[in-house]
Design a protein around this ligand. Structure first.
Ligand code: ADP
Ligand code: MG
Length: 353
């Protein structure tokens, strides 16, 4: 009940917007379920922060995405892009469209940064706020990758502790926030909130096969069809523990870790080929390593070398994330306590922290 009052009061004092308040800028993305633009407010109020927003015009799944973003803002604000407002816009021409607004977090997703030749040094510059002079090498790269993984797992832990599974974790859905100098998660369109049963029936066609864990469905097939919301509230903590749906995101995050260590896996074709090889090895990373290492290129060997630093704790963390059985995968919280993160990461120079 308190939460309800709080939400209501918050709603009252938050500005509301409508269609004509925005000027559309550059198109940032276009998927099957919506279009994303950079926009500014038509009449800029004095506040300097205003004017740089992101707008998503979404089809039927927009309602879920608004709901998820509202919930994230109240429960784990730092995990995801800063959400401003969402509303339903109906016009005779386009019918019903959901409009979602976020603050513009920054120019680059982890995907953009990873595809650059400078990776991971480009990220180091963005996080620390300056170009580092120290010599390049594996140790330094490992420290940068470790910092990115910690930020990603921290954001995931926030979502999972709230009861939300993202289900579409991939570099394209991780944005670098220039304000906080940290990575944040975006795109909650395929997310499920298991504590209240929103988007409870898995929409497996929404999942990106390149990053999806082998189980695909986040709930076991034995789980009965979606109960009504009140029932779900009573049941879901138990279901959560039984099925560990959060481990779906952990698998995807593990693949991102792998892509950061091995440049060859950063392209679509590289990742797809890896997925095929891993499947042939029954999703056993150690078996995959045995099969590729003997005839590995210099670059591939360098990736193993990076993960083998400090007695192989990087490889150990990776193999605890990318496993066939969800229940054998580590959780975001447990991963953050892994010795891989014992070493100090990059110092985040931030105005906000
Ligand atoms: P889609 O359903 O098209 O994948 P996303 O929510 O992932 O929609 O957004 C598409 C793209 O828009 C992202 O990959 C990112 O480049 C950009 N974007 C989304 N939200 C933000 C934000 N808050 N700040 C900056 N860029 C964003
Ligand atoms: Mg996306």
């Amino acid at each position: 009940f308190d939460m309800f009052i709080l939400a209501f009061v918050e709603r009252l004092f938050r500005p509301t917007y409508r269609k004509d308040d925005f000027v559309l800028g550059k198109k940032l993305g276009e998927g099957a379920f919506g279009v994303v633009y950079r926009v500014s407010l038509a009449k800029k109020p004095s506040s300097k922060k205003e004017g740089d927003l992101v707008l998503k015009k979404a089809t039927e799944y927009g309602a879920v995405e608004i709901w998820m973003n509202e919930r994230v803002r109240r429960a784990c604000a730092n995990s995801c892009a800063d959400f401003l407002y969402g509303f339903l816009e109906t016009s005779p021409k386009k019918g019903a469209e959901y409009w979602l607004l976020w603050w513009f977090e920054g120019e680059a997703t982890l995907s953009d940064l990873m595809l650059s030749k400078e990776f991971p040094y480009n990220v180091e510059t963005m996080i620390t706020g300056k170009v580092q002079e120290s010599p390049k090498g594996l140790e330094r790269e490992n420290r940068i990758i470790q910092t990115i993984m910690r930020q990603l797992l921290f954001a995931l832990d926030g979502l999972h502790s709230t009861g939300i599974v993202h289900r579409d974790i991939k570099p394209q859905n991780i944005i670098f926030s220039e304000g906080s100098r940290t990575f944040k998660i975006i795109d909650l369109g395929a997310a499920a909130d298991l504590r209240v049963g929103i988007n409870y029936i898995p929409k497996e066609f929404l999942l990106d096969p390149r990053y999806a864990a082998p189980e695909q469905y986040i709930m076991s097939t034995q789980t009965p069809s979606a109960p009504s919301a009140p029932v779900a509230t009573a049941l879901s903590p138990v279901l959560w523990q039984m099925n560990l749906p959060d481990r779906f995101d952990i698998y995807s995050a593990g693949l991102i870790f792998l892509q950061m260590a091995f440049p060859a896996l950063r392209t679509d074709s590289g990742l797809i080929q890896f997925n095929r090889q891993l499947k042939r090895c029954d999703y056993d990373l150690d078996a995959w390593r045995k099969s590729v290492e003997p005839r590995a290129s210099l670059e591939l060997r360098r990736g193993f070398e990076l993960l083998d630093l400090d007695g192989g704790i990087g490889w150990e963390l990776l193999t605890s994330m990318v496993r066939y059985k969800a229940r054998q995968r580590t959780s975001a919280k447990a991963a953050l306590a892994h010795p891989y993160f014992d070493r100090e990461g990059l110092l985040v120079l931030s105005f906000m922290q």
